[in-house]
Design a binder for this molecule. Structure first.
Ligand SMILES: Cc1cc2nc3c(=O)[nH]c(=O)nc-3n(C[C@H](O)[C@H](O)[C@H](O)COP(=O)(O)O)c2cc1C
Length: 386
């Protein structure tokens, strides 16, 4: 008798020299729990939960390539060699417990320095930054603020752009030294590279602005520079906002073109998100619904042949499995649902495979859950007896 194949969501996927044991990735989620960019115990416990929860790959929150490129002051950072051991601790824990670990590299550009959501999520004003003793100013492609809430960024010079590219390369080397398996380039959500891509934020008239080819230049250069130092057996992902969600903005047709070019530079997976460029696009024209960004992942996958990652309101194992089974994406990223239940991947395994046991749990837990099962069955039967 031949065994029935595993449901699509549970099938492994090998990308270059790394095998994801299933198709479930934990989406990057800012924690605002770092100290000067250093990972803390919070990060070990937070990411460790997802590792024990059965995800194939855990991605860190956006991790700043420069001190003044953070989304929030307490973001993780990778701008110095001193940050490596803290990140390595996370990767080591993942490897000891059967998961891969990746780092999301980010420069937040004109949307740098905001409060954590639970403190209001407000953009810090230049006066707030001065009060904190931080001589930081926002930067972007052009002197155009993300919205009234954000201060006007300084338009980057060509020399500053080159410096930011170098910061990404140095960060990639450090991620490798930390034992990370995957790098994800954060090219979405209105942060630096996304703002270069969008004609609504990029009004430059040099080689980095104007035509779409010029607006894509920074993304492609960063991908190329990083691929040159990121080991060839390690996967490279790029998260894109596939649409700005605003009239005259970056759109899915642009994303398809960029995805092809990034793939040619050695990007393996396009992680398909959307929005975030400005206040207007926060209320994105993309209606929120279950799996609302899956059509972007599907389109990029179909039209470019690149592997894609779908993300956004994916909440049930059946929904996630259908996305993979129907060939709409190769990976699903789970964000908030994993905050609710870090064991979501393990539960998905049990539910979809029909397994009676707890093999998807760490044996330190699974063995006890297996042992309890017959007891629970007996107790339930007793309760059901008249
Ligand atoms: C607390 C929190 C922090 C987030 N931080 C990041 C981030 O650092 N980088 C990023 O690309 N997306 C970030 N996101 C977006 C998520 O990665 C994900 O794309 C989004 O939450 C939609 O997926 P979900 O519906 O499964 O939560 C964050 C989301 C949440 C809820």
């Amino acid at each position: 008798m031949t065994e029935s194949p595993l449901p699509s969501l549970l099938q492994p996927l090998t990308i270059r020299g790394r095998t994801l044991k299933n198709r479930i990735v934990i989406s990057p989620m800012c924690q605002h729990a770092g100290r000067d960019g250093f990972a803390t115990d919070w990060h070990l416990v937070h990411y460790g939960k997802f590792v024990l929860g059965g995800a194939a790959l855990v991605l860190t929150e956006s991790t700043a390539v420069a001190a003044d490129s953070r989304v929030g002051i307490d973001d993780l950072g990778i701008w110095s060699d001193a940050h490596v051991p803290g990140l390595k601790r996370l990767a080591d824990f993942a490897h000891e417990n059967g998961a891969l670990m990746g780092v999301q590299l980010a420069h937040s550009g004109r949307k740098a320095f905001s409060q954590p959501l639970w403190q209001g999520g407000r953009a810090l004003s230049p006066a707030d930054l001065d009060a904190l003793g931080l001589d930081w100013r926002r930067v972007g492609p052009s002197a155009l603020a993300a919205s009234a809430e954000w201060s006007t960024p300084q338009a980057l010079t060509a020399a500053q752009i080159a410096e930011i590219r170098d910061q990404h390369v140095a960060a990639a080397r450090r991620a490798d030294a930390a034992g990370m398996d995957v790098l994800e380039l954060h090219f979405g959500h209105g942060y630096l590279v996304a703002s270069f891509l969008s004609p609504l934020a990029n009004l430059r008239d040099d080689a980095y602005g104007g035509s779409r080819d010029n607006r894509m230049r920074l993304a492609i250069e960063i991908a190329r520079d990083i691929r040159a130092v990121w080991p060839s057996d390690k996967p490279l992902f790029a998260r894109l906002s596939c649409v700005d969600g605003a009239q005259g903005g970056w759109d899915i047709e642009d994303t398809v073109v960029l995805a092809r070019l990034l793939a040619a530079e050695g990007v393996d997976v396009i992680d398909c998100s959307s929005g975030g460029l400005s206040e207007e696009t926060r209320r994105s024209n993309v209606p929120r619904g279950f799996g609302f960004q899956v059509p972007f992942a599907e389109r990029v996958r179909t039209e470019t042949g690149t592997l894609t990652q779908a993300v956004g309101i994916i909440t049930t194992p059946e929904q996630a499995n259908a996305i993979i089974a129907e060939g709409r994406a190769d990976l699903v990223a789970i964000g908030r649902e994993a905050l609710r239940n870090p064991y979501w991947p393990a539960e998905a395994w049990r539910q979809l495979s029909g397994a009676q046991g707890f093999d998807a749990w760490h044996e330190r837990h699974g063995a006890w859950l297996d042992k309890r099962e017959p007891v629970l069955r007996r107790l339930r039967e007793q309760e059901e007896r008249p």
